[in-house]
Ligand binder design. Structure first.
Ligand SMILES: Nc1ncnc2c1ncn2[C@@H]1O[C@H](COP(=O)(O)OP(=O)(O)OP(=O)(O)O)[C@@H](O)[C@H]1O
Length: 980
């Protein structure tokens, strides 16, 4: 007798015997009570047993048929006689469900279109599942050296065994999903899962060599995990049959995710009534109660872990923020900080007129200047030490060798004709980032030595720009309140801030428009003059130690202008927060306004030609031989002189004028100063190592305050201008319905497969295009952010976090959620809750990744048209390398690598791994019915890995979303700062 190839077939299991030199390969017509040696083989000429033992059925007669058949058989065999071995009360019953209390036998019809087509005839599979061995002494059932938790199976074609399999390490769990077609009573199923599957193809049989297709290479290689789901049968229906499946990894690759589908299954096992009662009472037996809780999929766990880490990080950030805010609110108020004056020496500013190839337009900061330009050295000497600050014919000198000083608490006007260099000078003094080259030194002059409290109580400098940049959707009061919240320290109470805002509104005469929206060029709100006053108000509420205002009076009527000047005067005079040094550039001040200033600084053609009190200016005019006619506005006369000295007059008498300038620039030091312009009376001089850094330093408010204020403003904007959010949300719902309609309920044909794949592809392309709005939205908010950041109202991180949170929630998460949900159900994707939620998660992550990429572009590139161009190229790259258009397996060299930086590849692979899983196509090709598993060819078609969902999710979340966000933080910090 030949020995079986599988260890569990050494001694024949019930229903099998050895005949004709084969090992356990012959079916018997005996019941499970007959020992292997006594079994009679079915004649090979018969397709099936002409008669099984009474009460038993199936290919090899080991499936009991009715409740009493086991006991009847036992009695007929005389096993019921009371003796030492058999208990009197042990009645055997037939358990007709797939769950194994001891060993259960199953007999099914194999129903697989392709297999049945290739091997015509009656194909059946017999299976036995053993939870624990039967005890012969209790039941009289034949025993064999079977092991607990094992499974055996045989496949029969026309009554001839073709191949058989064994598996060990089996466990069972109940499941609510069934294999039966819809409409059948749903009773759930028993899922039997085993490890170490082994199969053996019997040589010479139709399936293993003798037929048209030899399956031996496949069958002999079957290994790994075996899963056998079987539906429970309706206990009220004696003739009911059910469905099962035989699934293994290799088998599924060959036949599709459904494995070998089995129908018309009957189950039967003889067990004692007491075992059955115990089984139903305790759920013992094959462990139907075991593992009834479904485990979470890896992807859900991964998503939860990522979400958990993100939420924990966010919470930690928030907690730290709250703690910092609380600490800042409790700090004692520091009242001792007085105004800050300025002293500057040999200040030069040049801008390149032409970009020089291969030479960076390096900005020389004051660190360099201090090293290269000791304050005692002459201007010419200094130039020689600097990184080419010297003028060449490509440079335009905008500020020339300017020196001067402004005492703390003074109110100074910078006068001069248009183009004289006023803006450039005050911007440099205010520490704004300039694109040209600056040389010279700037020092701050402290009015008093403030007691060291460890924290600043007032911001050093505030700068009012020549052009207004205000939040269009905020009201005047909201804008001022926001400026107060951000520019005053957290330890100033909210009520105090409100009081300051009210005072400023009153000072600037803005009561009438206090609750009016500011508006912008496309949505008119305030008039130009009103907007100007709001800009001034935003600076006034912060009560800085030095206020520099560039053309604050332009566009104002005389009355409004004098109101603004009075407000500046009040600021300079001081409040309980201390007084302020005010520097203002003005074009044509009225006489009244002119004399309000403590000092006037007159500029002509990029140099300061007069610096002194307004009252001394008349005498100075006389000294220049340009006496001011009686009744004339002195300011106008000064401007006339300044205008004469530039342009043509300069050309005609350049030498003389230069001499004049040299003399004039030291004229008129304010009282208390020495002739060198330095303060005479021991004020502290803080030598600023880098002026820009000193004055453009950190914000006064804490990160949490900045975040709250900015988020509130975003929320107000979204409420008052809902068009953007509505367009995204409604748009995605409508597009979802249209696309869902086009791909409605895809079928399982080849065309349906094309549509299923197409719908996924379409979804991600739609999301890519929808993410373009991230670039335009960021570009729109760019100028206001850069202006406010330059004024140190907040840091780039607070702005970015509030901006991304607003954009992500309203414009990415909700639309992606809507679009993918509508499409998922309309297209008819897998109706599994875990797959649905994972699909949505991938859609949201992809949308976020694309949006962050577009924001990154907009942050790096100021020109929107260029950002959109690059965004479009990236979409094209995604479409190409996503995996549906180009076959990624066929790409060569470096192009093959590109797929790893393509977010759409990961998104498509992740959703396809679920949506194509177990998909069995049934169609007609040239009149021939075909049935094919998508998994057989999807790997070749798309180069997608079927089990890559977990990896794809992590790459999308951590690589692209977190990665792009990190790059965006860097890009905003580096690129979204003002440079003039
Ligand atoms: N970055 C720059 N590139 C080219 N030219 C510049 C640059 N900055 C300033 N200038 C030039 O320097 C000169 C002085 O400019 P600035 O804006 O300082 O003058 P202004 O006195 O403030 O004029 P206005 O009163 O008209 O505002 C102008 O001719 C201006 O065109």
């Amino acid at each position: 007798m030949s020995v079986s190839a599988l260890s569990m077939y050494q001694s024949c299991p019930p229903g099998l015997t050895s005949a004709n030199g084969t090992a356990c390969n012959a079916a018997t017509c005996n019941s499970t009570f007959v020992a292997p040696d006594a079994r009679v083989p079915k004649p090979t000429s018969d397709r099936q047993c002409s008669s099984c033992d009474a009460g038993f059925g199936g290919v090899n007669c080991n499936v009991c048929q009715s409740a009493g058949s086991c006991q009847a058989r036992k009695s007929s065999l005389g096993l019921n006689t009371p003796n030492a071995l058999f208990g009197q009360n042990e009645t055997l019953v037939c358990h007709k469900q797939p769950s194994a209390v001891h060993t259960t036998y199953i007999d099914c019809n194999v129903n697989q279109l392709t297999v049945n087509g290739v091997y015509p005839g009656e194909m059946r599979m017999t299976l036995s599942k053993t939870y624990k061995p039967d005890s012969f002494s209790e039941t009289g059932l034949a025993s064999w050296p079977q092991e607990s938790n094992t499974a055996l199976s045989q496949v029969w074609l026309n009554g001839v065994e073709q191949f058989y399999c064994q598996a060990a390490g089996c466990s069972a769990k109940n499941s609510s999903s069934t294999l039966s077609p819809q409409g059948d009573p749903v009773l759930g199923s028993s899922l039997w899962t085993c490890t170490s599957l082994q199969c053996y193809c019997i040589p010479g049989t139709a399936m293993c060599g003798a037929g048209s297709l030899d399956l031996s290479p496949v069958i002999n290689k079957l290994n790994g995990t075996l899963t056998m789901p079987c539906d429970y049968v309706d206990p009220n229906n004696a003739t009911a049959t059910s469905h099962c499946a035989f699934r293994g990894e290799l088998l599924n690759n060959f036949l599709g995710e459904g494995g070998l589908p089995l129908d018309n299954c009957q189950f039967g096992s003889c067990i004692t009534q007491s075992d059955l009662d115990e089984f139903y009472a305790t759920g013992a037996g094959d462990g139907d109660a075991q593992g009834s809780g479904s485990s979470l999929s890896k992807a859900v766990i991964a998503g939860l872990v990522i979400l958990g880490v993100a939420v924990a990080a966010l919470l930690a950030l928030l907690l730290f923020g709250f703690w910092q805010q609380r600490k800042a609110r409790r700090l004692p108020k520091c009242a001792g900080q007085g105004p800050v004056g300025l002293q500057w020496e040999h200040l030069n500013y040049t801008v390149p007129l032409k970009k020089r190839f291969g030479r960076r337009n390096k900005k020389v900061d004051n660190d360099d200047l201090d090293e290269a330009l000791p304050s005692s050295s002459s201007h010419e000497g200094a130039v020689a030490h600097l990184d080419s600050p010297a003028l060449d014919h490509h440079d335009l000198s905008v500020v020339r060798n300017s020196s001067g000083s402004i005492q703390p608490g003074c109110m100074v006007a910078v006068l001069g004709p248009s183009g004289a260099g006023k803006t450039s000078l005050v911007e440099i003094l205010a520490g704004r980032h300039k694109i040209g080259r600056i040389s010279g030194t700037i020092r701050s002059i402290e009015a008093s030595l403030a007691p060291e409290t460890g924290h600043p109580s007032r911001r050093t400098i505030d700068f009012i720009d020549q052009e207004d940049a205000l939040p269009a959707f905020s009201t005047v009061r909201e804008a001022l309140q926001m400026a107060a919240d951000l520019s005053l320290p957290d330890n100033v109470l909210r009520a105090e801030k409100r009081e300051i805002v009210d005072t400023v509104i009153h000072q600037l005469g803005l009561e009438r428009v206090a609750n009016k929206r500011i508006g912008d060029a496309s949505r008119r709100g305030l008039s130009g003059g009103e907007r100007r006053r709001v800009s001034i108000g935003c600076a006034l509420v912060s009560r800085p130690r030095l206020l520099i205002a560039d053309e604050p009076l332009s566009g104002l009527d005389a009355f409004s202008a004098s109101r603004v000047i009075s407000a500046f005067r009040e600021l300079a005079a001081g409040s309980q927060l201390g007084s302020t040094t005010v520097i203002v550039t003005v074009h044509q001040p009225s006489s009244e306004i002119f004399y309000t200033f403590d000092q006037v600084l007159l500029m002509s053609q990029w140099s300061v030609i007069y610096h002194g009190p307004p009252a001394d200016s008349l005498a100075w005019c006389e000294r220049q031989g340009e006496q001011c006619p009686r009744g004339h506005n002195v300011a106008d006369h000064l401007l006339k002189i300044a205008s004469h000295t530039d342009g043509s007059s300069c050309n005609s008498g350049g030498e003389k004028l230069h001499e004049k300038r040299s003399n004039l620039s030291t004229v008129g030091s304010p009282s208390g100063e020495g002739s060198n312009g330095l303060p005479a009376e021991n004020p502290a001089i803080a030598a600023g190592p880098a002026w820009e850094k000193t004055v453009g330093g950190s914000s006064m408010s804490t990160f949490m305050t900045q975040l709250t204020v900015l988020s509130r403003r975003n929320f107000i904007t979204a409420r008052r201008d809902p068009a953007g959010a509505l367009a995204h949300i409604l748009g995605s719902a409508i597009i979802g319905l249209i696309v869902g309609g086009c791909f409605y309920q895809v079928s399982l044909t080849i065309a349906g497969f094309q549509n299923r794949v197409g719908s996924m592809y379409f979804l991600f392309i739609l999301l890519s295009f929808s993410a373009l709005s991230a670039a335009t939205a960021l570009t729109k908010s760019r100028s206001l952010m850069m202006r406010e950041r330059a004024n140190s109202l907040y840091g780039p991180t607070a702005w970015l976090v509030s901006y991304v949170a607003y954009d992500a929630l309203l414009l990415r998460v909700i639309p992606a959620l809507l679009l993918s949900t509508i499409m998922y159900w309309m297209v008819g994707m897998q109706s599994r809750a875990d797959y649905f939620f994972e699909f949505i998660l991938i859609a949201i992550l992809f949308h976020l990744a694309m949006a962050l990429y577009n924001m990154l572009l907009a942050a790096l590139i100021e020109d929107l048209s260029i950002s959109i161009l690059f965004a479009g190229v990236f979409i094209l790259f995604n479409i190409g390398f996503g995996g549906f258009l180009l076959n990624l397996n066929d790409l060569r060299g470096v192009f093959r690598w590109l797929q790893w930086v393509c977010p759409m590849k990961y998104a498509l692979e992740a959703v396809a791994s679920h949506e194509l899983e177990g998909l069995q196509l049934i169609d007609q090709v040239g009149g021939v019915s075909i049935s094919a598993s998508v998994s057989v060819f999807s790997g070749n078609l798309f180069a997608f890995k079927p089990d890559a969902f977990y990896r794809d999710l992590l790459v999308l979340a951590l690589g692209f979303v977190v990665g792009f966000f990190a790059l965006l933080v860097g890009a905003v910090g580096w690129r979204m700062r003002e440079r003039r």
